[in-house]
Design a protein around this ligand. Sequence first.
Ligand code: FAD
Length: 448
Amino acid sequence: MAPGRTQTNSLHVAVIGAGAAGLVAARELRREDHTVVVFERDTQVGGLWVYTPKSEPDPLSLDPNRTIVHSSVYESLRTNLPRECMGYRDYPFVPRPEDDGSRDPRRYPSHNEVLAYLQDFAREFKLEELVRFKTEVVSVEPKDKKWRVVSKNSDGISNDEIFDAVVVCNGHYTEPRVAQIPGIESWPGKQVHSHNYRVPDPFKDQVVVVIGNFASGADISRDIMTVAKEVHIASRSNPSETYEKRPGSENLWLHSMVESAHEDGSLVFKNGKVIKVDTIVHCTGYVYHFPFLNTNGYVTVDDNCVSPLYKHVFPPAFAPGLSFIGLPWLGVQFYMFEVQSKWVAAVLSGRVPLPTEEKMMEEVKTFYAKRQAQGFPKRYTHRLGRTQVGYLNWVAEQVGEPPVEQWRDQEVDRGYQRLATQSDTFRDKWDDDNLMVEAYEDFLSQKL
Ligand code: FAD
């Protein structure tokens, strides 16, 4: 038992995935004296941040039997948030003193740097010894108040095991959501989802429409414009009359959403423009997907709302044996994974109680109804945005952790504002040095 702990339950826990969420979940579970097996279908830790030039053979990833390529990272990707606010609280994402020049010290570093950071984290806390690599979980189901987990390794050998609890950390940026466009069935052009986008070369001299203008859409359109004839960004959040050339570019336009597609290869936009297009790139996000999970229909995913979930983590009828780390989006991720993991680990050991199933269900219903009343579409159920501080502090309080640092919250807020208003320069020009200084002072004072 870890020093200073009181006697608690030590359980046998399965963690699915060794990305940023699964790694910190494993660390927190072990700190709480549980025994942990992390199942990882890849050959290394890092999840989404393990870049591969390979993409799926089906460019829209619609075929349920396709070979899955997990990562959605493209070659030019740099982080969309400053590194100080991205890291785990007690293992900041700062350039390491032992850097030998092979690392990327920028405030918004490349994807390789995030992977290197996660590899450092796994090494520092000796997490790899908990991971079964090349092992995919194919089925999870409740059995006699425990959990039956069936996995398959790369030699095709199945393993059928019983765990006290399962923590799902399988990521949610692999199963694409595709925009529905009237007439698209007879449109002769090509379509690809950003999940399968890697480099701009295949778009040379083409006319390309990029649907979606948040982080990936903004990046990918600028990547493609370096080789394409024209790039047109379509976004449903733009007013219908939107039509403007993007500053500093000769071949990049912003439009309202595409209204229809036609047999002659043209797309009609809501602003009335008609353009013959070679390829549509859907930067339209992803859906939660748990193909291995069998709860007899209790846990459902409908319009990207995973339900019912108490505080985005515990399905009441199965709590605490089944939990999900990392579902909320639009906020700090690694830090959230860390506090959610501390909560799950402490609840499993019995150190921190949960309300009764009925009380949790009541809270879930109230929360979902409130979001609806506030006008949020169902697919925004797990969107944090401005609610992140309230949520993170609530979870932190359950386990006696301090509230989220103000600089961290403000960096996220300012970072997303910059992303929206200066999508071409936000990674290299900023006006919040004061927050960066505060962050580094904080790291120093904690000797992290
Ligand atoms: P993942 O990293 O996806 O890890 C899930 C792991 O589970 C994978 O290793 C996978 O192989 C494994 N797995 C899945 N199913 C199974 C199974 N059945 N059996 C065994 N193993 C399985 N966040 C930021 O904070 N900053 C950023 O700049 C940022 N940029 C992003 C850019 C893009 C393009 C995308 C898509 C997301 C970005 N994010 C960013 C969010 C990012 O998802 C999180 O930062 C985080 O890395 C997700 O970690 P995860 O562990 O939840 O999922």
